[in-house]
Ligand binder design. Structure first.
Ligand code: GLV
Ligand code: MN
Ligand code: MN
Length: 400
């Protein structure tokens, strides 16, 4: 089943051009934006040209179904991006899937289907499209979720218009393989070409709001202030101290989005809403971290005469990859890059977490230059992109 690296790279660059940021190779293609929907329409066309049947589900996840009644492997990832995203995060797995499916069609088999899940990057949730498909997140609940600007998921997905069909029956698929950039420094630092993922971390994510008293920045004595930013600052410091006995060097937490009200130089901020996200491979540690977060927030607000509100808690459990699919990827990696690959965990979240609820699932990583991702500067050497593609194709042929 010979893949065509030139065709693969051309398609990868064609997708990059839809929503190109103009800064390096970056893209701005958040879920349901004009660029995201245009990219999905382009991809549906490429799927059809490859002999696949394009099909949008009710939330915009685009499948390219292998024709006929035969069950198939499902390959893919996502084509939406972060608000400032790289050209490979998600796109690589989708275009590699397209090339392998195309090569398989040309070779007369095996049957391969392709998917680009919607909102993996979590404009509304955490891996929203695949979380809904897998049954982890009920559609009615998802419809009420809002993005940071207050737009609901229900309103955003209406932009898909009459593209939307039914959900695809997961029983059509024998397993899910997702190729992705590593998005961290491990492979690049070690000079290795490939990573076979052992497990994907779990995640928790919620919005917290501290409310105090908006007031004049010149006349309000420091001792009398109920300043929401000062409370957030104290919360952040206390968090690092109280986490110290619970976390490991692999545990991570991030306050990545902060909204201060009214956000003006001469006003003591009355309200701070912020995202609180934490990730670890151990579900019990995630739970203990949640307790600490809730306790500290309540203590800090009580001590300052402020109120504290917790938004809905979103999350995914840590998940191990399927042994059989992993073994096929490992054999393919050793054939493609002997001695230059490793088994490794994933600290990034992926649609494979949700697919693993429905079918055997596994993942293949290629290096990220400098370990940079979720940034316009994200990149991977062309030779590594192609060796990932070849490894994926080898594994698919092996599994046949
Ligand atoms: C997905 O992009 C993640 O945040 O890990
Ligand atoms: Mn991704
Ligand atoms: Mn991402």
């Amino acid at each position: 089943m010979p893949v065509n690296p030139d065709r693969f790279l051309q398609d990868l660059h064609a997708l990059r051009a839809i929503g190109a940021s103009g800064v390096g190779k970056g893209v701005v293609r958040p879920a349901f934006s004009e660029a995201d929907i245009a990219a999905r329409d382009w991809l549906a066309g490429r799927m059809a040209e490859a002999g696949l049947e394009p099909h949008f589900d009710p939330v915009g996840s685009l499948f390219g179904l292998s024709p006929g009644a035969e069950r198939s492997l499902l390959l893919g990832s996502h084509s939406d991006s972060q608000p400032e995203g790289g050209w490979l995060d998600g796109a690589l797995g989708v275009i590699a899937a397209l090339e392998v499916a195309r090569a398989a069609q040309e070779a007369g088999g095996p049957p391969v289907s392709v998917v680009s899940f919607e909102d993996e990057e979590g404009r509304f949730g955490v891996t929203t499209g695949s979380a809904i498909w897998s049954g982890h997140l009920p559609l009615a609940e998802a419809d009420g979720l809002t993005d940071p600007a207050g737009v609901t998921f229900a309103d955003a997905r209406a932009a898909l218009g009459d593209r939307r069909g039914d959900f695809v029956d997961p029983a059509r698929f024998t397993g899910f393989l997702e190729m992705h950039i590593e998005q961290g420094p491990t492979l690049d630092t070690a000079g290795e070409a490939l990573g076979v993922v052992e497990a994907i971390v779990g995640i928790r994510d919620m919005t917290i709001t501290f409310a105090g008293q908006q007031n004049h920045a010149g006349t309000t004595p420091m001792a009398l202030r109920r300043d929401a930013f000062q409370a957030l600052s104290a919360f952040n410091l206390a968090l690092a101290e109280r986490f110290a006995n619970v976390v490991t060097p692999a545990t991570v937490w991030t306050i990545g989005h902060v909204s201060l009200h009214p956000n003006a130089h001469s006003i003591v901020p009355g309200r701070a809403s912020f995202s609180m996200q934490w990730r670890d491979g151990d579900a019990d540690r995630l739970r203990r971290m949640e307790e600490i977060i809730r306790d500290i927030a309540a203590e800090i607000c009580a001590a300052r005469g402020m109120t504290c509100e917790f938004g809905p808690m979103l999350g995914l459990e840590p998940v191990a990859m399927d042994e059989g699919l992993r073994a096929a990827l490992a054999r393919a990696a050793e054939a493609e890059a002997p001695g230059r690959w490793r088994h490794m965990p994933s600290g990034a979240l992926h649609d494979a977490t949700n697919a693993a609820r429905l079918m055997p699932a596994a993942m293949l990583f290629v290096p990220s230059i400098g370990g940079i991702s979720h940034d316009f500067a994200e990149d991977t050497a062309e030779a590594d992109l192609v060796s990932g593609l070849r490894t994926l194709a080898r594994a698919v042929a092996d599994l046949d």
